[in-house]
Design a binder for this molecule. Sequence first.
Ligand code: SAM
Length: 283
Amino acid sequence: MSLDAHWFSEADKGLALSLRIRKKLHEEQTPFQKIEIYETDSFGNLMVIDGCVMLTGRDNFIYHEMMSHPVLYAHADPGNVLIIGGGDCGTLREVLRHPEVRQATQVDIDERVTRLSEAYFPELCESNHDPRARLLFDDGIKFVQEAKPGSIDVIIVDSTDPVGPAAGLFSTDFYRDCIKALGAGGLLVQQSESPLLHTESIIRPMHDSLRAAGFHDPVALHFPQCTYPSGWWTATMAGKDGPVTFRREKAAEQKPFETRYYNAAIQRAAGASPEFFRKALLG
Ligand code: SAM
């Protein structure tokens, strides 16, 4: 079937993903990036930043649940959580489902992402007025540099791809600042692209940078994300004081909230590495 003006396409490494669209709902160039919003035929609304799919109404639950619940159940007491990026607020909503979280600060460089999410993805923003939520609009790199040492339990880096304003979020200097900002037993999780397309170009250098900064044994969680390039995505977790373990497995088995993708068995399985991936990360 040939594609025409009724399709949005994102091409990466010789592979294109297309979503059939009904209409363009919004387009703007902010000081940081170009944001587009579409209504699709079968995936709900679609947000695109600089030509890359950020999320669709239909499948974002997988990404947002995997960016939040595994790392929170791996930490002994995730009271203070920092989200870098995440301006659509979907990760924030999932983080605030955990009663142990006493404060969740979201720092996105671009306020327009949040305002457009409020308009076109209101379901993702339903916890923005939770008294534990703090929404700031600033550069996450600067925020972590200036954070009080030892003050944060979990850092979630829910950013765009490592180009433009997000490039520094994949650097050793940034990870060193994260180590400093994290308290004892602190954990970091970061969206880390596709194992099929980006193991050599992004995931392996990211693991090297995490280790160089002092993080222990980075581990990739694998999950399907059919609207991201290749349909297969990862979130990489790493610990400040030792390897990441499933510390609160029992609590995860009895989680006091509904999820659509995440459960304790998914967390156990998601850390298993396919052979090519395991070997590539051995060096
Ligand atoms: N789920 C998405 C994905 O993997 O494609 C990421 C979604 S979220 C919309 C990404 C956010 O990262 C954007 O809103 C962007 O403004 C933000 N961002 C990029 N660089 C940043 C930085 N240096 N500090 C804070 N936020 C940043």
